[in-house]
Design a protein around this ligand. Sequence first.
Ligand code: IPE
Ligand code: IPE
Ligand code: MG
Length: 247
Amino acid sequence: MSPQPSTPPRHIAIVMDGNGRWAKARHRPRSFGHNAGRKAVREVVEGCLRQGVETLTLFAFSSENWQRPQDEVGALMTLFMHALDKEVDELHDQGARLRFVGDLGAFDTPLHKRMVAAMTRTVGNDKLHLNIAVNYGGRWDIVQAARKAAEAVVLGQLRVEDINEQQLDHGMCLAELPPLDLFIRTGGECRVSNFLLWQLAYAELYFTETLWPDFDQASLQLAIEDYARRERRYGRVSEQAARPGLT
Ligand code: IPE
Ligand code: IPE
Ligand code: MG
């Protein structure tokens, strides 16, 4: 069972939302807001390293975001390229292991190559598992895990009756990493927007009006403190949650 919240969350996931509104308030193009969001990423990485959070999963680009105007999608791809060129050295020095999760085949070859290179370079690090969700959708994640199971059945490596939650979980993008403890969404919208649907089953949810470029270590601290006040019951009653051994 995951820790009771007196311990820090082991795995935090963030929907980094509000860049466009942040830029609009400054009469600047949306891309200005996306660029400003890079600082917030540095802040949360630093904060997680300080607080001993093991895994951080950031939603950078959803499978639905391709539907945005072409110039915005283009600006985001350019930003990802620059960020990969500029930030990976520092992340590597900080001991972060980078993983890009999502359907990566959709990206241009140069960008795809940089993602793979960053993952390969940082593979030996373990201070922080940093997952960047790009061209990611929670439904896609479930479908690709189901497809892996179906393929294993066809190859005679798996029996249909052995497909269960644990088995399917092994095929999900964040398999092997700690279960999701805390889901944060900035920007004031109270929705999941097809992020980690499977992994959200028992995560604690935290929504804040703060726009992503304004989110900093103090904001992260507030979210973690809020999480620390939660009682995670997993369907049990309060007394059992307080004493996990109690039946
Ligand atoms: C989130 O900020 C960044 C991405 C989806 C890539 P938005 O661009 O959605 O900002 P708002 O919600 O329009 O303010
Ligand atoms: C979710 O934000 C995706 C990311 C932050 C990458 P959106 O701004 O795309 O979500 P909706 O459209 O408001 O649901
Ligand atoms: Mg948005």
